[in-house]
Design a binder for this molecule. Structure first.
Ligand SMILES: Cc1cc2nc3c(=O)[nH]c(=O)nc-3n(C[C@H](O)[C@H](O)[C@H](O)COP(=O)(O)O)c2cc1C
Length: 513
């Protein structure tokens, strides 16, 4: 088994999956529509338990929900209705569209290619109106299927090396990722997408938890084999990627059984045939943790990383005051969200941009971010059209609440090129690139730091989506030409790796204002 601490595997994977002008032109891959994977995991032999359909409204403003979290020791336990809200707002079906080949289901959070490779499982002790058990969430039917009866939270407590948030959580959501469902289109690059798509979903889930008054913590340090075994997934196809501890109760779960029996449950094949991409499975194995001691040591890493102090012209952010802040509730904003397909070339304002950046970057409660409030990704911007801010390239100093200008000028053409030559990033008011200094991250967190850095990017990107839609702006995630992005923001970004891109502006379909 490859050691997580020998982080060459993650470095190699990242280098091997870079996009460049040439790489996308010489790739002969095409999407085989006759072998398109099913968008849902189906257990044909298990009975469905429908979730309550009429969802309670929290009424909490989206811009508050994405930026606040409930203190860790607040006693709170979700009931079945709250469980339904959490699931709907993070992974529920919010829109359907007909196309010549059938129906396309769009979900609460953005996902690359609308392929939705992230599955959700619940592991809970007894909750109000929900028996203790392990359940799979079926978004198409908006229901649960019970995989195991009884309280198995102790298995996750052991698997996370005694993580305190897991110890006291009445509900744990396990997110898994299915290779083929996304690799059908994106091939080897799918492992990056695991972090992105799991992350956007978690942005919604964390916001929903905050709106419901539930403490929440993202946990990436766990024994992979134990968690996969508990869910009884085939780890060659589907793997646990993140856990979220939700709520807090004083009692600890019962100790886990020595052996978790296999279930051997039937599932419907995703496609007639699946193409294997071994590079991703190697990346996953190399970032797996093998003992509770290794998990504990992994969690203890301090990821304090600050940008060098600004050397160029700076501009203080001017976020909207609480009184000016749009108060559209989280439920409404999530239902309204969708990726913008065409941006109008009209400006957003500096207070809108400031609010986006400030609200989205107040910190993520995660076991790989210690002390709380640290961040692995740095945000670099191409400002195309923001009233009150000269067009140019900027870096965001989060701890200082300011933007440093790296170069002034009209870079619309560069923004379009860097976003894989898509008009979206050229037309948007601003393109926000996430870059990370991978070497020190991988030295500290090993190969698993690669999962963490992609996941964090997805969470921050998901929050930016919600912060945009809360202000009636549009947003879309985009992919990019890796090394060209670093080159564009260098020398400041020298040595960093491009991780994520989101473009924000006014949708061409909607009148500005
Ligand atoms: C990380 C990420 C990258 C994406 N990259 C692109 C892209 O390169 N081009 C594009 O048109 N859409 C891109 N999208 C948008 C997805 O296609 C979109 O989220 C998906 O079709 C679901 O639709 P919805 O977001 O409107 O619900 C991206 C989304 C995410 C989350």
């Amino acid at each position: 088994m490859t050691d997580n601490r020998n982080a060459e595997a993650a470095w190699t994977y990242h280098q091997a999956t870079k996009h460049s002008y040439t790489s996308i032109r010489i790739n002969p891959h095409f999407m085989d529509w006759s072998n398109q994977p099913l968008p849902f995991k189906i257990y044909p032999t298990l009975e469905l338990m429908r979730l309550p359909g009429a969802l309670r409204q929290t009424g909490v403003a989206a811009l508050s929900a994405i930026s606040e979290s409930v203190p860790a020791h607040t006693n709170a336990s979700p009931d079945l209705e709250a469980v339904a809200q959490l699931l709907y707002l993070s992974a529920g079906i919010t829109r359907k569209r007909n196309y010549p080949g059938g129906e396309l289901y769009f979900r609460a959070a953005a996902s690359t290619g609308a392929l939705y490779e992230v599955e959700l499982y619940l592991v809970c002790g007894g909750l109000a109106n929900l028996d203790a058990g392990v359940y799979h969430f079926a978004p198409a039917e908006f229901g649960l299927r019970k995989l195991r009866a009884g309280d198995d939270c102790g298995v996750l407590l052991e698997a996370t090396g005694g993580e305190p948030a897991i110890a006291h959580a009445p509900l744990i959501i396990v997110c898994t990722c299915t290779y083929w469902r996304n690799a059908w289109k994106y091939q080897d690059r799918t492992y990056r997408h695991f972090g992105w798509d799991n992350g956007t979903l978690l942005a919604n889930l964390l916001a929903a938890a905050a709106a419901l008054g539930l403490p929440a913590r993202v946990v990436c340090g766990f024994l992979d084999t134990s968690v996969n075994r508990l869910l009884d997934v085939d780890p060659q196809r589907e793997v646990a990627f993140s856990l979220v501890a939700l709520g807090h109760v004083a009692a600890l779960p019962p100790p886990s059984l020595a052996e978790i029996p296999p279930l051997g449950l039937e599932t419907v094949p995703l496609s007639q045939r699946e193409v294997d991409y071994p590079l991703m499975r190697e990346m996953h194995a190399a970032s797996s943790l093998d003992s509770p001691e290794e998990v504990q040591a992994w969690r203890g890493y301090t990821s304090k990383m600050d940008l060098p102090p600004p050397a160029g012209t700076t501009l203080q952010l001017q976020p909207l005051s609480d009184a000016e802040m749009p108060r559209d509730p989280l439920e409404q904003v999530i239902r309204r969200r969708g990726s913008t397909r065409k941006f109008a070339r009209s400006p957003i304002t500096l207070p809108q941009l400031s609010t986006l950046l400030e609200r989205a970057s107040r910190g993520v409660p995660a076991d790989f971010l210690d002390p709380p409030g640290t961040q692995l990704n740095d945000l670099y911007l191409i400002v195309n059209s923001v009233e009150g801010l000269p067009p140019g390239a900027y870096v965001f100093h989060r701890s200082r609440g300011l933007l440093e200008c790296l170069k002034q000028g009209n870079f619309r053409a560069d923004a379009g090129y860097l976003g894989l030559q898509q008009e979206l990033s050229a037309d948007a008011a601003v393109a926000i690139f996430f870059l990370a200094d991978l070497r020190p991250i991988l030295r500290g967190l090993g190969n698993r730091g690669y999962r963490a850095v992609q996941l964090e990017a997805g969470i921050l990107g998901g929050k930016l989506y919600l912060a945009a839609y809360a202000q009636r702006l549009g947003a879309t995630g985009l992919t990019f030409f890796d090394d060209d992005v670093t080159r564009f923001f260098s020398p400041h970004a020298q040595g960093k790796s491009a991780i994520f891109l989101v473009a924000i502006g006014h949708s061409a379909r909607q009148k500005p204002g």
